[in-house]
Write a protein that binds this ligand. Structure first.
Ligand code: M6R
Length: 366
C-alpha cells in the first residue's frame, strides 16, 4: 500500500506533482484566460456582495490560509482575516452576511474547524469549504465546496494536502479577482501559465533529494532550528517549522525575518541552523540584511532561493534552489524541500514518521 516507499509521508511528498495537476484539472480555460469553477458559478454581483473574507482552519490548513490571505489581498484586493479555528470560535467574530467565511480542512472532520464553520453560518456569513474529503462533515455543512483532489493522505504530517490547498487558494483568488476586475487579462494568463508548469517543476525538485538528505543527517541532531522569511516566504517558514517539530521533535520556530531583532536574535548563537527563505524579490534586500544579522552571530544558514539568484549563495552556508516561477507560486515549490528536510531529519533520528507521538491524523476532539 506504500507503493514501494518506506513511509506514507514520503510517498505523499512524491505524489505532489500528480496531486497538484489533479487540483487544477478542469479548472483552467484551455486558452489560459480564466479560472473556471463549475461548482461555484459566481456572478460579479455575487462577488460584489462580499466585503470581507475570513479564513479559518487549524495546523497546516491554517498555514495554507495565511498564504491565501496574500493571494486574496494582492490579486483580488479583498480584505482578509485568517484565524485559528479554536480562537475564532471564542472571540465573537465581527462577521455578517457580507462576509465570505472560507474554512480549510484536509479531513473535513476537524472539530474546531467544523464548529467555526457553524458559528460563521449562525452569524449569517456565506460559507465555502476547501477540503480533500468528499462528503466529510465540513463539506456537508458548508454552503459551497471546493475539493482539493489530493487523494487520500494517510501520514499524520500533511504534505500534498497543503500544496493542493495552496493551488485551490490561488485558483479561487484569480477567480474572484477576475469577477472583480482587479487583475489585467495578461496577468491572469501569466499566472495560469505559471500554475500549469508547477507539476513538472515539483517533479524536478523531487529528483535530486541528496543534498537535503545530507543537511538532515548533518543537522538532524541539533535541538533548535529557526526558519525565517518575509511575506510569502514567512508563511511557508511557518509550515516548514511545524513539519519539523511534528515528526522529528526538533524545536523549530518560524520568524518573520524583520521581527528577529525584537527578541529572537538573542537565541541565535554559533552553530544554530537557520533556514532562510529568500524568494520574494520585493523584500529581497531586506531579507538579505536579516540573513547577514544571523550570519554575524555564526548561525549555519541554509538559504532557499529561486533559480537564477546568484547573490544569496555568497551570504549563506548552503543554498537550495527552486525552479523559477511566478512570485505568487513560490510557496508551492519552496515547501517541498522543507517537507523533505523534516522527513529526513525524522528518519535520521529514528522517529515514527507516519505516526508522531501524541498526534492524530484527524483531530475530532476540541
Ligand atoms: O484535517 P485538517 O486539515 O482539518 O487538519 C488540520 C490539522 O490538524 C493538520 O493540518 C495538522 O496540523 C497536521 N498534522 C500538520 O501536518
Amino acid at each position: 500500500e506504500k507503493g514501494g516507499y518506506e513511509h506514507f509521508m514520503i510517498k505523499e511528498i512524491y505524489e505532489q506533482p500528480k496531486a497538484i495537476r489533479e487540483t487544477m484539472t478542469g479548472r483552467l480555460a484551455k486558452d489560459d484566460s480564466a479560472v473556471l469553477f463549475e461548482e461555484l458559478k459566481w456572478t460579479p454581483e455575487d462577488v460584489a456582495a462580499i466585503r470581507k473574507i475570513v479564513i479559518v482552519a487549524c495546523g497546516t490548513a491554517y498555514h495554507a490560509g495565511i498564504v491565501g490571505k496574500y493571494f486574496f489581498e494582492q490579486l483580488a484586493r479583498m480584505p482578509v482575516e485568517v484565524d485559528i479555528a479554536s480562537e475564532f470560535r471564542y472571540r465573537s467574530p465581527l462577521i455578517d452576511d457580507s462576509t465570505l467565511a472560507i474554512v480549510i480542512s484536509q479531513s473535513g472532520e476537524t472539530s474546531d474547524t467544523l464548529a467555526a464553520l457553524k458559528e460563521a453560518k449562525r452569524l449569517g456569513a456565506r460559507t465555502l469549504a476547501v477540503t480533500n474529503v468528499v462528503s466529510s462533515s465540513i463539506a456537508r455543512e458548508a454552503d459551497q465546496v471546493i475539493y482539493t483532489w489530493a487523494g487520500p493522505e494517510i501520514a499524520v504530517a500533511s504534505t500534498k494536502a497543503y500544496t493542493t490547498q495552496l493551488i485551490s487558494m490561488c485558483l479561487l483568488a484569480v477567480y474572484i479577482a477576475s469577477l472583480r476586475g482587479t487583475m489585467p487579462a495578461e496577468r491572469v494568463k501569466e499566472l495560469i501559465r505559471g500554475l500549469k508548469e508547477l507539476p513538472s517543476q515539483a517533479h524536478e525538485l523531487l529528483e535530486d533529494v541528496e543534498p537535503i538528505k545530507t543537511f538532515a543527517q548533518k543537522y538532524g541532531f541539533n535541538e533548535d532550528v529557526f526558519f525565517i522569511g518575509r511575506s510569502l516566504d514567512y508563511a511557508v517558514a511557518l509550515e516548514g517549522a511545524l513539519k519539523l517539530k511534528e515528526i522529528s521533535y526538533i524545536h523549530a520556530e518560524a520568524y518573520a525575518a524583520g521581527e528577529l531583532k525584537h527578541g529572537t536574535l538573542a537565541l541565535i548563537i554559533e552553530g544554530v541552523p537557520v533556514i532562510a527563505l529568500a524568494t520574494q524579490r520585493d523584500v529581497y534586500e531586506k531579507t538579505l540584511s536579516n540573513i547577514k544579522e544571523v550570519k554575524a552571530r555564526d548561525a549555519v544558514v541554509i538559504g532557499l532561493a529561486m533559480k537564477g539568484d546568484e547573490q544569496l549563495q555568497k551570504y549563506v552556508d548552503h543554498t537550495i534552489y527552486i525552479p523559477a516561477t511566478d512570485k505568487y507560486l513560490t510557496p508551492i515549490l519552496t515547501v517541498i524541500p522543507l517537507q523533505l528536510l523534516a522527513y529526513y531529519a525524522a528518519v535520521t533520528r529514528g522517529c515514527d514518521v507516519d505516526k508522531p507521538r501524541n498526534l492524530a491524523k484527524s483531530v475530532t476532539v476540541e
